[in-house]
Ligand binder design. Structure first.
Ligand SMILES: CC(C)(COP(=O)(O)OP(=O)(O)OC[C@H]1O[C@@H](n2cnc3c(N)ncnc32)[C@H](O)[C@@H]1OP(=O)(O)O)[C@@H](O)C(=O)NCCC(=O)NCCS
Length: 182
């Protein structure tokens, strides 16, 4: 059985739910990564690179999620459809450090390439904001690359108000938005 740390998301096409990564979802996770291709995984907490087995990945994830080493406490969820397919992923960081304040934000997400432009990013960010509320994160920072129009629209549709941008050491522009979440 799937780990029941999820809740059903109504109103979307079919029956959808947020589910934490678990051994039962190994194949689905790997399918998503395969479809994603060779570019850097977003959010990085879902990257399977450097792990010999899925069990190893899950162990490392559990450690990181509790706040370990460079990782601050965070929670990762798949958005699953009624065919038990992962359509999107989201990572919620419970606190901000300098890097997250400037570049990463509280919430990072991605949508499976074949499922884009169907409203899933807008919805998974909305659901992540509800999780943030439960964590008492009342002012949520969400960021995106300067040229990521889809993500910027997703954030604005969820109430994002743009703050000053940040230019990182590689010269990349990061757009930063705050969402009031109380
Ligand atoms: C950015 C991303 C999350 C958008 O996901 P999505 O499910 O396609 O987004 P939605 O369907 O919810 O669309 C939200 C809005 O953005 C628009 N949009 C989505 N992708 C777009 C694109 N490539 N160019 C222009 N607009 C785009 C949609 O039309 C919609 O606006 P509308 O309601 O005015 O029509 C997805 O492309 C992705 O996973 N990209 C790679 C990872 C990434 O960039 N993550 C975000 C990190 S900040």
């Amino acid at each position: 059985m799937i780990n029941y740390d999820w809740y059903v998301i109504k109103e979307m096409r079919g029956y959808m739910k947020l589910v934490r990564p678990s051994l039962e979802l190994k194949n689905e996770h790997e399918n998503y990564v395969k479809e994603w291709g060779p570019s850097r995984m977003v959010p990085s907490s879902f990257s399977l690179e450097g792990f010999d087995t899925y069990e190893e990945y899950l162990d490392a994830l559990a450690l990181r999620q509790s706040g370990h080493g460079k990782w601050l406490p965070n929670s990762s969820y798949f958005l699953m459809n009624d065919q038990q397919q992962v359509v999107a992923m989201v990572d919620i960081r419970h606190e901000l450090n300098d890097f997250l304040y400037n570049e990463g934000g509280h919430i990072g997400y991605s949508v499976r390439p074949s499922e884009r432009r169907k409203g899933y990013a807008t919805r998974i960010l909305g659901e992540a904001l509800k999780k943030c509320k439960k964590l008492n994160i009342t002012r949520v920072l969400v960021t995106c690359d300067g040229d990521n129009i889809g993500s910027a629209k997703t954030i604005v549709k969820n109430g994002g108000v743009e703050d000053e941008s940040f230019q990182n050491e590689n010269g990349e522009l990061i757009r930063r938005f705050w969402i009031e979440n109380d």
